[in-house]
Design a protein around this ligand. Structure first.
Ligand SMILES: C[S@@+](CC[C@H](N)C(=O)[O-])C[C@H]1O[C@@H](n2cnc3c(N)ncnc32)[C@H](O)[C@@H]1O
Length: 227
């Protein structure tokens, strides 16, 4: 079946950029903020050097060059075979697989860190529970499941989503909902942090963002739990 994101294999970053042009910030700024947040989560919650990571719904793999040196074995899966083909062409060192969106093509407990970044809002709400169940299944006991999503309470996020042509089907969900899904999925020590509040990458700006992370202010949030 042709997937929505097959049509964005060659221009995914340009389409995202045109939806956020009003912010004056490049797409790369948002990707670096996510990579920095994942680096902190790995240190705080895994305390492990170079974890094996699975990125579910990885698309064209835009984040993956930023993860080099931070993670060990890296795998990416997506329902869009064309996006996976592009990701593979751009990142030869990553293991990519297309799949049907249901059972992840991996054995149980094979990863230290499993992420889904801006994916859940493209999954039908009735499939969210099963999706989180699969994230947990492929995470080793003690490993981390992390969902990064748009913050529906941020008006600029809503504007960006309204301007993005591939977000027409988006079912936005807040951090509270993802926390509940993680709890229902059996994850423990659940936390959430909002980020992408300030338009700077300096250390003071990042410190302020971290201090305000409990408040639903930033453009996106990460919700996570231990398997
Ligand atoms: C907005 S893109 C995000 C891509 C990437 N995570 C990023 O942040 O650049 C959403 C991706 O989720 C994928 N997707 C949608 N439903 C999915 C599912 N059930 N399982 C895995 N991937 C899915 C889409 O094909 C698309 O590549």
């Amino acid at each position: 079946m042709a997937e929505l994101f097959d049509g964005y294999r060659s221009n995914y970053r340009d389409v995202v950029q045109s939806s956020i042009d009003f912010s004056g910030l490049p797409h790369s700024f948002f990707m670096r903020a996510k990579a920095d947040l994942l680096r902190e989560l790995i240190a705080d919650r895994l305390g492990q050097d170079k974890p094996a990571m699975l990125d579910v719904g990885c698309g064209v793999g835009s984040l993956h060059p930023l993860l080099r040196g931070m993670v060990g074995r890296l795998s990416g899966i997506d329902v869009s075979a064309d996006s996976i083909a592009q990701a593979r062409a751009d990142n030869r060192d990553v293991d990519y697989r297309a799949f049907d969106g249901r059972r992840f093509p991996f054995a149980d407990a094979g990863f230290d860190l499993v992420t889904a970044i801006c994916v859940l809002h493209h999954v039908a709400p009735e499939e969210w529970t099963q999706f989180i169940h699969e994230m947990r299944r492929v995470t080793r006991p003690g490993g981390l499941v992390c969902v990064i999503e748009h913050n529906p309470l941020n008006p600029l996020t809503r504007l960006a989503v309204a301007r993005c042509e591939f977000d027409r089907d988006a079912a936005l969900l807040g951090a509270g909902k993802v926390r509940k899904l993680l709890a229902t999925g059996g994850l423990r020590k659940i936390g959430a942090r909002h980020f992408l509040l300030l338009p700077w990458e300096t250390s003071p700006a990042r410190r302020i963002e971290r201090g305000l992370g409990d408040l639903p202010l930033g453009a996106q949030y990460a919700a996570y739990g231990t398997a």
